[in-house]
Design a protein around this ligand. Structure first.
Ligand code: PNS
Length: 161
């Protein structure tokens, strides 16, 4: 059994993340999607809100489970018995940070490897921060996130939730 873990901020989850989740779920026996609970960052959505959105998206993928984690990724992977960390690579600009993170994590937990999935071309430009910005100015984010996520973002910016 190979246990994979896909960590991230998912603030909010985008079609780019969903593409990685679906592809990774086919490659590994189990895939946990982990939302980082980081008290230093001020996210748009609470951890609970982000977990809920991901749960709804993953409900039909039987080997995927959504959770939240806090603290060091390497420590979490050690205590959870994770074999593989999954990360998406969009462009060369992601590479330096991802390389540094994967090497640090392996130094801290030599039992874990990071496997990178290259983002599908149609989502190569996409990021949660771009989605937040477009939605903040009232732009159309329907090509970037599922309909119910878009509605949740607009509600958040209008102060209705
Ligand atoms: O979606 P993101 O923001 O690119 O995900 C980054 C994330 C959450 C995977 C990473 O920042 C993380 O797991 N941080 C937890 C703290 C940690 O382990 N920091 C050292 C990384 S080498």
């Amino acid at each position: 059994m190979t246990k994979a873990f896909y960590p991230g901020s998912f603030d909010p989850v985008t079609y780019g993340h969903i593409d990685i989740i679906k592809r990774a779920a086919k490659l590994f026996d189990t895939l946990d999607v982990g939302v980082l609970n980081n008290s230093e960052k001020l996210p748009l959505f609470s951890v609970e809100e982000r977990v809920k959105m991901l749960e709804r998206i993953c409900e039909d993928i039987p080997n995927v489970h959504v959770l939240s984690y806090s603290g060091l990724l390497a420590e979490y992977t050690l205590k959870s018995g994770t074999d593989v960390i999954i990360r998406g690579l969009r462009a060369v600009t992601d590479f330096e940070y991802e390389l540094q993170m994967s090497q640090t994590n392996r130094k801290l937990n030599p039992g874990v490897d990071t496997i990178f999935l290259t983002t599908s071309l149609e989502y190569a430009y996409l990021s949660s921060s771009i989605v937040r910005e477009v939605a903040y100015y009232g732009g159309d984010v329907s090509n970037f996130v599922p309909e119910f996520v878009a509605e949740t973002i607009y509600k958040k910016f209008s102060g209705k939730n």
